[in-house]
Design a protein around this ligand. Structure first.
Ligand code: NDP
Length: 282
């Protein structure tokens, strides 16, 4: 069976470098999709309260008959719950919906610097409580810019274990990744294939043809060799399998450089800019 590399976090825990993301998977189909991923060998699932499918994630893991400790589970605090008391209630609900007494990793989903009087600091201090209690084995952030991370470093105790941000060949997110590398914060790359948007790029298809791999495998392998953590999403069984088969080939340095050179900066973003994003679900 394929062995997925483990990435060491700054607190002594490790995380499988390759996982399975469940954004936009219908809640009713989530347990089944997670079951397929676990069957193939994935041992890391990335969900969020916002995705509405935490229950399905828990069901899928239990139905697979694995020990809880065999699977690394991440969830995230939804945007409406940044005030400390709301965050405590929301975290209790996340654990109840998953049906677990801990998560491996809990993240602030978005910094929302234009909301809550710009206060994501007290939100982070509330996640520090969950960490001290052991109900979140690791805590981290998502969509944090270097300025947000600098503020946490000045005003709080625990350094985030990860920062989960948009990264793919069209958005390198260079400064955010560099801040993480310099401060012991692992980068998790969301939308690693830009939801399919990079797969027809001639630079990528040429490399894929040469190696006899698919464009998705080439892009996911590029992330792996750069050291980022990824969790591509698919509900197509053949793709769930394809996205796991990344460890029997290597890209050359020239391949890595050519793919990295596809970066379009801000223009390459598929999602919102975290400095402006202020969506709160009704
Ligand atoms: P991905 O980059 O993983 O792309 C998913 C899309 O690509 C789906 O439409 C899927 O289609 C298709 N696809 C998957 N594999 C292949 C393949 N091998 N060949 C061709 N097409 C393929 O996008 P996501 O936005 O889902 O990102 C991955 C995960 O990152 C999410 O599930 C979530 O866990 C996380 N995320 C976090 C965010 C945050 O703010 N923290 C924001 C966005 C994502 P199909 O399913 O039909 O096969």
């Amino acid at each position: 069976m394929t062995t997925v590399p483990e990435i060491a976090l700054n607190n002594g825990h490790t995380i499988p470098q390759l996982g399975f993301g469940v954004f936009q998977i219908d809640p009713a189909e989530t347990a089944d999709a997670v079951g397929q991923a676990l069957e193939i060998g994935y041992r890391h699932i990335d969900t969020a309260e916002m995705y509405g499918n935490e229950k399905g994630v828990g069901e899928g893991i239990r139905a697979a008959g694995l020990d809880r400790s065999d699977v690394f589970v991440t969830s995230k605090l939804n945007n409406g719950f940044h005030r400390p008391d709301d965050a405590r209630r929301a975290f209790d609900q996340t654990l109840a919906d998953l049906g677990f007494d801990y998560v491996d990793l809990f993240l602030i989903h978005w910094p929302l610097p234009t909301l809550y009087d710009g206060d994501y600091v007290s939100t982070w201090q509330t996640l520090e409580e969950f960490y001290r209690e052991g109900r979140a084995r690791s805590i981290g952030v998502s969509n944090f810019q270097p300025s947000h991370l600098r503020r946490l470093a000045q005003e709080t105790q625990v350094v985030p274990a990860v920062n989960q941000v948009e990264v793919h060949p069209y958005l390198d997110n260079t400064e955010v990744r560099a801040y993480g590398a310099d401060h012991g914060i692992a980068t998790e790359a969301w939308s690693p294939i830009a939801q399919g948007g990079v797969l027809h790029d001639p630079e990528i298809t040429t490399i894929a043809d040469r190696l006899g791999k698919t464009p998705a495998q080439v892009v996911l392998r590029w992330h792996v060799q750069r050291g980022d953590i990824i969790f591509p999403k698919s509900t197509t069984p053949s793709r769930i399998k394809e996205n796991f088969e990344l460890f029997d080939f290597e890209l050359t340095d020239a391949d890595l450089t050519a793919i990295t050179a596809l970066d379009k900066g801000e223009e390459g973003r598929t999602g919102p800019n975290p400095d402006a994003f202020d969506y709160v679900p009704a």
